[in-house]
Design a protein around this ligand. Structure first.
Ligand SMILES: *Cc1c(COP(=O)(O)O)cnc(C)c1O
Length: 494
């Protein structure tokens, strides 16, 4: 049966756009009509419709429930999206986050001492884990943390009257790195990778001169490899008085194993929503605190929370005149702070170290189970994610994209594809520490079965996949640029 009358496929329910189930005049709430004396305070006497759809209360509930069920999540299955650290989000985090959900950032300080204590406590854990002397808590995500860190570097240079213009960025970097550097007015100079997937040290040295303000380096890098020259890189940058920004999105691989400060890093953002849990697929909130070395600490944004005696206080004024200013309303993502601190406290020092060890072990388990059939991008072990190129698909007619779409038919979220750009047809798999050996084996068995199918010449079905989803292959770029919020409508409604 290719098509049902209802459009539903078993319990997979078709759901139209909300404006297409509009029944004009229907209202979900049953309130008495309001009699307004419009002449008294409204200048516009006639109120026109603002175009909201008319829907009954149960239909609204069904609409959003059905939409939520279309969202793949870590609670539904393994989520091997590399560079994203999609790990289990303990229910405990959610429970404690809700205790604080009705606070307001403008409440008198005396009534929210506990909330400030949480921010302060989390800040001190982040400084301890990284070995850094300061932390800016307010950035709202990783990319925002990058902005904060590079602005701090800009401010530090400006305050010394130094007009350096160049930031070095390795070619394997996440796109937000060069974008951030450019947004802060720097010129981006790209550093190539060597055959082992790491920064080409000689090329880096050749690129360094007195116009270099700093480097943005991810460690472990986006190929899932520890940058083995990192200490030498830090020294080379410091020798010209530049600054070392580390993209800390992959911190999950090294928590409790090495402190970024000991590697010579001057500032690093921490994606709380990756390393310290929190569901961030599907657009959940992020949080990207930035740890800073002594050299950059004076330029940190405001506000910051300090402890004086038994009392927590908030520093909102730029008392030294050096701060880069305010980069976010209020103090940051409170709910995320609570979740991250709950995660940290429930793991403890030893548990956090084990978290990283298990994440690395799980990725290497996948690497070893797949390496004879798939083609690893680089030789040797990996850190927290395993990276393959598409050589193993050569001659099958199946591309990385086709392979990923076939994974969807198998009920798996695909891995990260075509990133990092330095690897042809990249497949980047990050299982995180959450997965058991059983679920890793199920995943690997499924992946190997797909390769069998590709090699058996089943190219047509790969090209047609996903075949079992409500929608097949979409033009994702067009959908993002011209969203159709009403069927048959050609222009987006904003
Ligand atoms: C996720 C990620 C970022 C950006 O973090 P957001 O919180 O999504 O803004 C930057 N760099 C790397 C390597 C990442 O994986």
């Amino acid at each position: 049966m290719s098509q049902t009358y209802s459009g539903n496929r078993g319990l997979q329910l078709e759901e139209p756009l909300i404006f297409d189930i509009d029944l004009p005049g229907v209202c979900g709430v049953d309130l008495d009509a309001v009699e307004l004396d419009t002449t008294a305070y409204l200048t516009r006497k006639t109120r026109s419709s603002i175009g909201l759809p008319g829907i009954s209360e149960p239909r609204v509930v069904r609409h959003y429930t059905r939409l939520s069920q279309k969202n793949y999540s870590i609670d539904a299955g393994l989520y091997p999206l590399g560079s994203c650290t999609m790990k289990h989000n303990p229910r405990l985090n959610e429970k404690v986050a809700r205790y604080l959900s009705d606070l307001h950032p403008l409440q008198p300080l005396s009534t929210v001492q506990g909330a400030y204590c949480i921010i302060h406590e989390l800040a001190s854990w982040l400084m301890t884990l990284t070995g850094m002397s300061a932390v800016a808590m307010s950035p709202a995500a990783g990319a925002h943390g990058e902005l904060c860190g590079i602005m701090a570097i800009r401010k530090a240079l400006d305050s010394q009257g130094d007009r350096r213009t160049v930031i070095l960025v390795p070619e394997s970097a996440h796109g937000t790195n060069p974008a951030t550097a450019a947004a802060c007015g720097f010129d981006v100079k790209t550093i190539p990778a060597n055959d082992s997937g790491r920064v080409d040290f000689d090329a880096l040295i050749a690129a360094i001169d007195n116009d270099v303000a700093g480097i943005m380096l991810t460690n472990p890098n986006t190929c899932g490899l520890f940058e083995s020259d990192i200490v030498k890189i830090a020294k080379a940058i410091h020798d010209v008085d530049g600054y070392f920004y580390c993209d800390g999105a992959n911190f999950n691989a090294i928590v409790g194993k090495v402190r970024p400060a000991d590697l010579g890093i001057d500032c690093m953002h921490i994606n709380l929503h990756k390393t310290f849990s929190t569901p961030h697929g599907g657009g959940g909130p992020g949080s990207g605190p930035v740890v800073l070395s002594d050299r950059l600490a004076p330029y940190a944004p405001i506000p910051s929370v300090i402890k004086q005696g038994d009392e927590y206080r908030i520093v909102e004024d730029d008392e030294t005149g050096l701060s880069l200013g305010r980069i976010k309303g209020f103090h940051g993502q409170m709910g995320m702070f609570v979740r991250a601190l709950a995660f940290i406290l429930s793991h403890g020092k030893d548990g956090l170290r084990q978290m990283s060890e298990d994440a690395v072990l799980n990725a290497n388990y996948i690497l070893v189970r797949l390496q004879d059939v798939f083609s690893p991008a680089f030789s040797g072990t990996c850190m927290h994610e395993a990276l393959f190129n598409d050589t193993f698909l050569e001659g099958t007619g199946v591309s990385t994209l086709d392979f990923a779409k076939a994974m969807i038919d198998e009920g798996y979220h695909p891995m990260t594809m075509y990133f990092p750009l330095v690897v042809h047809g990249a497949m980047l798999i990050e299982p995180t520490e959450s997965e058991t050996k059983r679920s890793l084996d199920d995943f690997c068995d499924m992946m190997l079965s797909l390769v069998d199918r590709a090699k058996a010449g089943d190219v047509e079905s790969f090209k047609a996949s996903p075949q079992l989803t409500p929608r097949r292959r979409l033009d994702e770029t067009l959908a993002a640029r011209q969203p159709k919020l009403r069927a048959g409508l050609t222009n987006p409604i904003l």
